[in-house]
Design a protein around this ligand. Structure first.
Ligand code: FAD
Ligand code: PHB
Length: 388
Protein backbone atom coordinates (compact mmCIF):
# COMPACT_ATOMS: atom_id res chain seq x y z
CA UNK A 1 0.00 0.00 0.00
CA UNK A 2 1.16 3.55 -0.73
CA UNK A 3 -0.06 6.94 0.49
CA UNK A 4 1.24 10.49 0.67
CA UNK A 5 0.98 11.00 4.45
CA UNK A 6 0.88 8.05 6.88
CA UNK A 7 -0.80 9.23 10.09
CA UNK A 8 -0.15 7.27 13.28
CA UNK A 9 -3.02 7.59 15.80
CA UNK A 10 -6.74 8.35 15.42
CA UNK A 11 -7.06 10.76 18.33
CA UNK A 12 -8.18 14.34 17.65
CA UNK A 13 -4.78 15.32 16.15
CA UNK A 14 -4.63 12.44 13.66
CA UNK A 15 -8.29 12.61 12.65
CA UNK A 16 -8.23 16.39 12.22
CA UNK A 17 -5.05 16.27 10.15
CA UNK A 18 -6.47 13.48 7.97
CA UNK A 19 -9.66 15.43 7.29
CA UNK A 20 -7.84 18.68 6.41
CA UNK A 21 -5.38 16.90 4.09
CA UNK A 22 -8.18 15.04 2.35
CA UNK A 23 -10.01 18.36 1.75
CA UNK A 24 -6.97 19.50 -0.20
CA UNK A 25 -6.64 16.30 -2.20
CA UNK A 26 -3.73 14.90 -0.17
CA UNK A 27 -3.93 11.14 0.29
CA UNK A 28 -3.57 9.80 3.81
CA UNK A 29 -4.02 6.59 5.78
CA UNK A 30 -4.53 6.53 9.57
CA UNK A 31 -3.19 3.61 11.63
CA UNK A 32 -4.73 3.32 15.11
CA UNK A 33 -3.77 0.77 17.74
CA UNK A 34 -7.17 0.66 19.45
CA UNK A 35 -10.67 -0.04 18.16
CA UNK A 36 -12.91 2.92 17.24
CA UNK A 37 -15.21 2.15 20.19
CA UNK A 38 -12.29 2.28 22.61
CA UNK A 39 -11.10 5.63 21.24
CA UNK A 40 -14.61 7.02 21.74
CA UNK A 41 -14.87 5.72 25.30
CA UNK A 42 -12.00 7.91 26.57
CA UNK A 43 -13.42 10.94 28.38
CA UNK A 44 -10.95 13.81 28.22
CA UNK A 45 -11.03 17.45 27.15
CA UNK A 46 -14.04 19.69 27.54
CA UNK A 47 -12.97 23.24 26.73
CA UNK A 48 -11.98 24.36 23.24
CA UNK A 49 -10.50 27.60 21.97
CA UNK A 50 -11.41 29.49 18.81
CA UNK A 51 -8.44 27.87 17.00
CA UNK A 52 -9.93 24.44 17.54
CA UNK A 53 -13.45 25.58 16.58
CA UNK A 54 -12.13 27.15 13.36
CA UNK A 55 -10.17 24.07 12.42
CA UNK A 56 -13.13 21.76 13.01
CA UNK A 57 -15.15 24.07 10.75
CA UNK A 58 -12.37 24.05 8.14
CA UNK A 59 -12.44 20.25 8.28
CA UNK A 60 -16.15 20.47 7.43
CA UNK A 61 -17.46 18.68 10.54
CA UNK A 62 -18.57 21.62 12.72
CA UNK A 63 -22.38 21.41 12.38
CA UNK A 64 -23.10 19.44 15.58
CA UNK A 65 -20.47 21.43 17.52
CA UNK A 66 -22.25 24.72 16.71
CA UNK A 67 -25.60 23.20 17.62
CA UNK A 68 -24.62 21.57 20.93
CA UNK A 69 -21.46 23.41 22.06
CA UNK A 70 -21.89 25.86 24.95
CA UNK A 71 -20.28 29.29 24.59
CA UNK A 72 -18.59 30.42 27.81
CA UNK A 73 -17.78 34.12 28.19
CA UNK A 74 -16.01 33.74 31.52
CA UNK A 75 -14.82 31.41 34.24
CA UNK A 76 -15.11 31.40 38.02
CA UNK A 77 -12.40 30.81 40.59
CA UNK A 78 -13.44 29.98 44.14
CA UNK A 79 -11.07 30.76 47.03
CA UNK A 80 -12.00 30.29 50.68
CA UNK A 81 -15.62 29.68 49.72
CA UNK A 82 -15.91 32.95 47.75
CA UNK A 83 -16.32 32.91 43.98
CA UNK A 84 -14.62 35.43 41.68
CA UNK A 85 -15.55 35.75 38.02
CA UNK A 86 -13.10 36.53 35.24
CA UNK A 87 -14.85 37.71 32.11
CA UNK A 88 -13.04 36.69 28.92
CA UNK A 89 -15.53 38.64 26.87
CA UNK A 90 -14.97 41.95 28.69
CA UNK A 91 -11.21 41.57 28.91
CA UNK A 92 -10.38 40.08 25.49
CA UNK A 93 -13.59 40.20 23.42
CA UNK A 94 -13.30 36.40 23.03
CA UNK A 95 -14.97 33.28 24.46
CA UNK A 96 -14.32 29.54 24.68
CA UNK A 97 -16.65 26.64 23.92
CA UNK A 98 -17.54 23.63 26.05
CA UNK A 99 -17.84 20.66 23.68
CA UNK A 100 -16.43 17.28 24.68
CA UNK A 101 -13.43 15.67 23.01
CA UNK A 102 -15.55 12.52 22.62
CA UNK A 103 -18.05 14.45 20.50
CA UNK A 104 -15.27 16.05 18.41
CA UNK A 105 -13.75 12.62 17.84
CA UNK A 106 -17.13 11.20 16.83
CA UNK A 107 -17.77 14.08 14.39
CA UNK A 108 -14.33 13.56 12.85
CA UNK A 109 -14.79 9.78 12.61
CA UNK A 110 -18.20 10.24 10.95
CA UNK A 111 -16.67 12.82 8.58
CA UNK A 112 -13.88 10.43 7.66
CA UNK A 113 -16.29 7.56 7.09
CA UNK A 114 -18.42 9.82 4.83
CA UNK A 115 -15.46 10.60 2.53
CA UNK A 116 -14.31 6.98 2.54
CA UNK A 117 -10.76 7.80 3.70
CA UNK A 118 -8.96 4.74 5.10
CA UNK A 119 -8.42 4.20 8.84
CA UNK A 120 -7.00 0.92 10.06
CA UNK A 121 -8.20 0.31 13.62
CA UNK A 122 -6.61 -2.40 15.75
CA UNK A 123 -3.30 -1.92 13.89
CA UNK A 124 -0.69 -3.65 16.07
CA UNK A 125 3.10 -3.44 16.25
CA UNK A 126 3.26 -0.23 14.22
CA UNK A 127 6.92 0.46 13.36
CA UNK A 128 8.44 3.44 11.54
CA UNK A 129 11.27 2.90 9.05
CA UNK A 130 13.77 5.09 7.20
CA UNK A 131 12.44 8.39 8.59
CA UNK A 132 15.64 10.23 7.64
CA UNK A 133 15.71 8.78 4.10
CA UNK A 134 13.76 9.55 0.91
CA UNK A 135 11.45 6.55 1.18
CA UNK A 136 9.98 6.21 4.68
CA UNK A 137 7.51 3.40 5.38
CA UNK A 138 5.45 1.98 8.20
CA UNK A 139 4.90 -1.67 8.99
CA UNK A 140 2.06 -3.04 11.15
CA UNK A 141 -0.05 -6.10 11.81
CA UNK A 142 -3.82 -6.14 11.25
CA UNK A 143 -6.36 -8.93 10.67
CA UNK A 144 -3.62 -11.41 11.54
CA UNK A 145 -1.44 -10.28 8.59
CA UNK A 146 1.70 -8.17 8.23
CA UNK A 147 1.37 -4.98 6.18
CA UNK A 148 3.70 -2.32 4.78
CA UNK A 149 2.59 1.25 4.06
CA UNK A 150 4.92 3.34 1.90
CA UNK A 151 4.60 7.10 2.12
CA UNK A 152 6.20 10.51 1.53
CA UNK A 153 5.83 11.63 5.15
CA UNK A 154 4.80 10.25 8.55
CA UNK A 155 2.72 12.29 10.99
CA UNK A 156 3.20 10.99 14.54
CA UNK A 157 -0.16 11.80 16.19
CA UNK A 158 -0.11 8.83 18.55
CA UNK A 159 -0.19 10.56 21.94
CA UNK A 160 2.27 10.52 24.81
CA UNK A 161 2.63 6.72 24.94
CA UNK A 162 2.84 6.30 21.16
CA UNK A 163 5.60 4.77 19.09
CA UNK A 164 6.51 7.78 16.89
CA UNK A 165 8.53 9.79 19.40
CA UNK A 166 10.20 6.59 20.63
CA UNK A 167 11.33 5.81 17.05
CA UNK A 168 13.65 8.81 17.03
CA UNK A 169 17.33 8.21 17.91
CA UNK A 170 17.83 9.44 21.51
CA UNK A 171 20.62 11.84 20.50
CA UNK A 172 18.30 13.65 18.06
CA UNK A 173 15.69 14.60 20.66
CA UNK A 174 15.67 16.58 23.92
CA UNK A 175 12.93 16.07 26.50
CA UNK A 176 11.96 18.64 29.14
CA UNK A 177 9.72 17.30 31.88
CA UNK A 178 8.06 18.11 35.17
CA UNK A 179 6.01 15.48 36.96
CA UNK A 180 3.65 16.75 39.66
CA UNK A 181 3.06 14.66 42.77
CA UNK A 182 -0.70 14.55 42.11
CA UNK A 183 -3.48 13.47 39.81
CA UNK A 184 -7.08 14.36 38.98
CA UNK A 185 -9.88 11.99 39.87
CA UNK A 186 -12.68 12.76 37.41
CA UNK A 187 -16.36 11.80 37.43
CA UNK A 188 -18.88 12.20 34.62
CA UNK A 189 -22.54 12.10 35.64
CA UNK A 190 -25.93 12.76 34.09
CA UNK A 191 -26.80 15.49 36.56
CA UNK A 192 -27.20 19.24 35.91
CA UNK A 193 -24.02 21.31 36.46
CA UNK A 194 -23.79 23.40 39.67
CA UNK A 195 -23.15 26.57 37.69
CA UNK A 196 -23.47 27.91 34.15
CA UNK A 197 -19.73 28.53 34.10
CA UNK A 198 -16.77 26.37 35.10
CA UNK A 199 -15.62 26.78 38.70
CA UNK A 200 -11.94 26.20 39.52
CA UNK A 201 -11.65 25.71 43.29
CA UNK A 202 -8.65 26.51 45.50
CA UNK A 203 -9.21 24.87 48.89
CA UNK A 204 -7.11 23.74 51.89
CA UNK A 205 -8.35 20.18 51.20
CA UNK A 206 -7.07 20.40 47.62
CA UNK A 207 -8.10 21.56 44.17
CA UNK A 208 -11.50 20.82 42.62
CA UNK A 209 -13.09 21.65 39.27
CA UNK A 210 -16.78 21.82 38.40
CA UNK A 211 -17.17 21.46 34.65
CA UNK A 212 -19.82 20.16 32.30
CA UNK A 213 -20.60 18.65 28.93
CA UNK A 214 -24.20 19.87 28.53
CA UNK A 215 -27.02 21.38 30.64
CA UNK A 216 -27.75 17.86 31.89
CA UNK A 217 -24.28 16.34 32.10
CA UNK A 218 -21.60 17.35 34.62
CA UNK A 219 -17.90 16.68 34.82
CA UNK A 220 -16.19 17.09 38.21
CA UNK A 221 -12.59 16.63 39.23
CA UNK A 222 -10.81 16.55 42.59
CA UNK A 223 -7.10 16.56 43.23
CA UNK A 224 -5.87 13.16 44.43
CA UNK A 225 -2.60 11.48 45.27
CA UNK A 226 -0.84 9.48 42.56
CA UNK A 227 -1.11 6.37 44.70
CA UNK A 228 -4.95 6.41 44.55
CA UNK A 229 -6.75 3.47 42.99
CA UNK A 230 -9.97 4.42 41.21
CA UNK A 231 -11.56 1.21 42.58
CA UNK A 232 -11.26 2.68 46.08
CA UNK A 233 -13.55 5.56 45.05
CA UNK A 234 -17.21 4.54 45.04
CA UNK A 235 -19.43 7.44 43.90
CA UNK A 236 -20.50 8.32 47.45
CA UNK A 237 -16.90 8.82 48.52
CA UNK A 238 -16.24 11.11 45.54
CA UNK A 239 -19.26 13.35 46.28
CA UNK A 240 -18.34 13.52 49.99
CA UNK A 241 -14.80 14.70 49.06
CA UNK A 242 -16.09 17.23 46.54
CA UNK A 243 -18.78 18.89 48.71
CA UNK A 244 -16.64 20.53 51.40
CA UNK A 245 -14.44 22.14 48.72
CA UNK A 246 -17.40 24.01 47.17
CA UNK A 247 -18.89 27.38 48.12
CA UNK A 248 -22.30 27.36 49.87
CA UNK A 249 -24.31 28.10 46.72
CA UNK A 250 -22.58 25.42 44.64
CA UNK A 251 -22.92 22.89 47.48
CA UNK A 252 -26.66 23.58 47.71
CA UNK A 253 -27.08 23.28 43.94
CA UNK A 254 -24.98 20.11 43.65
CA UNK A 255 -27.05 17.20 42.36
CA UNK A 256 -25.23 13.92 42.91
CA UNK A 257 -25.95 10.76 40.97
CA UNK A 258 -24.34 7.61 39.63
CA UNK A 259 -21.11 8.17 37.70
CA UNK A 260 -21.07 7.12 34.07
CA UNK A 261 -17.26 7.35 33.94
CA UNK A 262 -14.59 7.66 36.59
CA UNK A 263 -10.85 7.85 36.01
CA UNK A 264 -7.56 9.20 37.37
CA UNK A 265 -5.22 11.29 35.21
CA UNK A 266 -1.67 12.02 36.42
CA UNK A 267 -0.45 15.62 36.03
CA UNK A 268 2.59 16.12 33.85
CA UNK A 269 4.36 18.84 31.85
CA UNK A 270 6.49 17.51 28.99
CA UNK A 271 7.98 18.90 25.78
CA UNK A 272 10.14 17.03 23.26
CA UNK A 273 12.24 19.16 20.93
CA UNK A 274 12.37 19.40 17.96
CA UNK A 275 9.03 18.23 16.51
CA UNK A 276 10.45 17.23 13.12
CA UNK A 277 12.92 14.42 12.35
CA UNK A 278 13.58 14.04 8.63
CA UNK A 279 10.24 12.93 7.20
CA UNK A 280 8.59 12.35 10.58
CA UNK A 281 6.55 15.19 12.13
CA UNK A 282 5.17 14.92 15.67
CA UNK A 283 1.89 16.64 16.59
CA UNK A 284 -0.25 16.88 19.74
CA UNK A 285 0.39 14.78 22.86
CA UNK A 286 3.05 12.78 20.96
CA UNK A 287 5.30 15.83 21.31
CA UNK A 288 4.05 17.58 24.45
CA UNK A 289 1.86 17.16 27.51
CA UNK A 290 0.33 19.83 29.73
CA UNK A 291 -1.41 19.29 33.06
CA UNK A 292 -5.15 19.69 32.36
CA UNK A 293 -5.56 22.75 34.64
CA UNK A 294 -5.34 25.25 31.76
CA UNK A 295 -7.50 23.16 29.36
CA UNK A 296 -4.78 23.42 26.73
CA UNK A 297 -3.88 19.87 25.56
CA UNK A 298 -6.44 19.39 22.81
CA UNK A 299 -6.12 23.03 21.78
CA UNK A 300 -2.37 22.64 21.34
CA UNK A 301 -2.93 19.48 19.29
CA UNK A 302 -5.23 21.57 17.08
CA UNK A 303 -2.72 24.38 16.66
CA UNK A 304 0.04 21.89 15.72
CA UNK A 305 -2.30 20.39 13.15
CA UNK A 306 -3.06 23.83 11.76
CA UNK A 307 0.65 24.52 11.15
CA UNK A 308 1.32 21.00 9.87
CA UNK A 309 -1.65 20.77 7.49
CA UNK A 310 -0.78 24.16 5.96
CA UNK A 311 2.84 23.00 5.57
CA UNK A 312 1.80 19.79 3.75
CA UNK A 313 -0.61 21.73 1.53
CA UNK A 314 2.20 24.16 0.65
CA UNK A 315 4.51 21.22 -0.13
CA UNK A 316 2.09 19.44 -2.45
CA UNK A 317 0.33 22.43 -4.06
CA UNK A 318 3.08 25.05 -4.25
CA UNK A 319 6.10 22.74 -4.27
CA UNK A 320 7.51 24.71 -1.32
CA UNK A 321 9.08 23.17 1.77
CA UNK A 322 9.15 26.46 3.69
CA UNK A 323 6.24 25.48 5.99
CA UNK A 324 7.67 22.02 6.66
CA UNK A 325 11.06 23.51 7.46
CA UNK A 326 9.55 26.01 9.91
CA UNK A 327 6.98 23.64 11.44
CA UNK A 328 8.90 22.69 14.56
CA UNK A 329 9.96 26.23 15.42
CA UNK A 330 6.49 27.72 14.88
CA UNK A 331 4.65 24.98 16.77
CA UNK A 332 7.08 25.05 19.71
CA UNK A 333 6.79 28.82 20.11
CA UNK A 334 3.09 28.38 20.86
CA UNK A 335 3.58 25.15 22.83
CA UNK A 336 5.96 26.74 25.34
CA UNK A 337 3.54 29.57 26.12
CA UNK A 338 0.73 27.10 26.77
CA UNK A 339 3.12 25.00 28.88
CA UNK A 340 3.89 28.07 30.95
CA UNK A 341 0.22 28.92 31.47
CA UNK A 342 -0.74 25.33 32.37
CA UNK A 343 2.17 25.01 34.82
CA UNK A 344 1.33 28.38 36.39
CA UNK A 345 -2.37 27.51 36.83
CA UNK A 346 -1.43 24.12 38.28
CA UNK A 347 0.97 25.63 40.82
CA UNK A 348 -1.55 28.36 41.70
CA UNK A 349 -4.57 26.18 42.40
CA UNK A 350 -3.36 22.83 43.81
CA UNK A 351 -2.28 21.86 47.26
CA UNK A 352 1.25 20.91 46.28
CA UNK A 353 2.77 20.61 49.76
CA UNK A 354 2.12 21.44 53.41
CA UNK A 355 4.52 24.39 53.21
CA UNK A 356 2.53 27.36 54.56
CA UNK A 357 4.76 29.87 52.75
CA UNK A 358 3.80 28.34 49.39
CA UNK A 359 0.13 28.42 50.38
CA UNK A 360 0.38 32.11 51.32
CA UNK A 361 2.07 32.83 47.97
CA UNK A 362 -0.88 31.20 46.18
CA UNK A 363 -3.40 33.29 48.14
CA UNK A 364 -1.46 36.51 47.49
CA UNK A 365 -1.27 35.77 43.79
CA UNK A 366 -4.98 34.90 43.59
CA UNK A 367 -5.89 38.13 45.39
CA UNK A 368 -3.73 40.07 42.91
CA UNK A 369 -5.33 38.18 39.99
CA UNK A 370 -8.83 39.23 41.08
CA UNK A 371 -7.97 42.86 41.91
CA UNK A 372 -5.67 43.76 39.01
CA UNK A 373 -7.19 44.28 35.59
CA UNK A 374 -3.74 43.69 34.05
CA UNK A 375 -3.42 40.31 35.81
CA UNK A 376 -7.01 39.25 34.96
CA UNK A 377 -6.44 40.25 31.35
CA UNK A 378 -3.24 38.19 31.16
CA UNK A 379 -5.17 35.21 32.56
CA UNK A 380 -8.07 35.69 30.13
CA UNK A 381 -5.77 36.11 27.09
CA UNK A 382 -4.05 32.82 27.87
CA UNK A 383 -7.25 30.93 28.70
CA UNK A 384 -9.02 31.85 25.44
CA UNK A 385 -5.84 31.02 23.51
CA UNK A 386 -2.90 33.12 22.38
CA UNK A 387 -2.73 34.29 18.76
CA UNK A 388 -0.47 32.60 16.20
P1 FAD B 1 -4.47 11.25 21.89
O1 FAD B 1 -5.84 11.74 22.15
O2 FAD B 1 -3.73 10.59 22.99
O3 FAD B 1 -4.56 10.26 20.63
C1 FAD B 1 -3.48 9.43 20.25
C2 FAD B 1 -4.00 8.20 19.55
O4 FAD B 1 -2.91 7.40 19.11
C3 FAD B 1 -4.83 7.31 20.48
O5 FAD B 1 -6.06 7.00 19.87
C4 FAD B 1 -3.96 6.08 20.70
O6 FAD B 1 -4.72 4.89 20.89
C5 FAD B 1 -3.16 6.03 19.39
N1 FAD B 1 -1.88 5.32 19.52
C6 FAD B 1 -1.03 5.31 20.58
N2 FAD B 1 0.03 4.51 20.33
C7 FAD B 1 -0.15 4.01 19.09
C8 FAD B 1 0.60 3.12 18.27
N3 FAD B 1 1.77 2.59 18.71
N4 FAD B 1 0.13 2.80 17.06
C9 FAD B 1 -1.04 3.35 16.60
N5 FAD B 1 -1.80 4.19 17.34
C10 FAD B 1 -1.37 4.51 18.56
N6 FAD B 1 -7.26 19.43 26.55
C11 FAD B 1 -7.92 20.60 26.25
O7 FAD B 1 -7.54 21.27 25.28
N7 FAD B 1 -8.98 21.05 27.01
C12 FAD B 1 -9.42 20.35 28.11
O8 FAD B 1 -10.40 20.77 28.73
C13 FAD B 1 -8.70 19.14 28.47
N8 FAD B 1 -9.08 18.40 29.53
C14 FAD B 1 -8.47 17.21 29.79
C15 FAD B 1 -8.89 16.46 30.89
C16 FAD B 1 -8.27 15.25 31.18
C17 FAD B 1 -8.73 14.47 32.38
C18 FAD B 1 -7.22 14.75 30.34
C19 FAD B 1 -6.55 13.42 30.63
C20 FAD B 1 -6.80 15.49 29.24
C21 FAD B 1 -7.41 16.72 28.97
N9 FAD B 1 -7.01 17.49 27.87
C22 FAD B 1 -7.62 18.69 27.62
C23 FAD B 1 -5.92 17.02 27.00
C24 FAD B 1 -6.42 16.33 25.72
O9 FAD B 1 -7.31 15.31 26.03
C25 FAD B 1 -5.22 15.78 24.93
O10 FAD B 1 -4.25 16.79 24.82
C26 FAD B 1 -5.64 15.29 23.52
O11 FAD B 1 -6.30 14.05 23.61
C27 FAD B 1 -4.43 15.13 22.59
O12 FAD B 1 -4.84 14.59 21.35
P2 FAD B 1 -3.87 13.72 20.48
O13 FAD B 1 -4.65 13.33 19.26
O14 FAD B 1 -2.57 14.41 20.33
O15 FAD B 1 -3.52 12.42 21.36
C1 PHB C 1 -13.25 19.19 31.42
O1 PHB C 1 -14.41 19.62 31.33
O2 PHB C 1 -12.97 18.00 31.27
C2 PHB C 1 -12.15 20.15 31.74
C3 PHB C 1 -12.43 21.50 31.81
C4 PHB C 1 -11.41 22.39 32.11
C5 PHB C 1 -10.14 21.93 32.37
C6 PHB C 1 -9.87 20.57 32.30
C7 PHB C 1 -10.88 19.67 31.98
O3 PHB C 1 -9.17 22.80 32.70
Amino acid sequence: MRTQVAIIGAGPAGLLLGQLLHKHGIDNVILERQTGEYVLSRIRAGVIEKVCIDLIDEAGVGARMHQDGLIHDGVQICVDGVRHRISFKDLTGKSVMVYGQTEITKDLMDGRAAIGAPTVYAAYDVALHNIFGETPHVTYRADGKNHELQCDFIAGCDGFHGISRKSVPPNAITAHERVYPLGWLGVLSDTPPVSEELIYVHHPLGFALCSMRSPTRSRYYIQCSLAEDVEAWPDERFWEELKPRLDDEARERLVTGPSIEKSIAPLRSFVAEPMRFGRLFLAGDAAHIVPPTGAKGLNLAASDVRYLSHAFIEHYKEKSNAGLDRYSERALARVWKAERFSWWMTMLLHKISDNTFEQKMQLAELDYLFRSKAASTAFAENYVGLPY
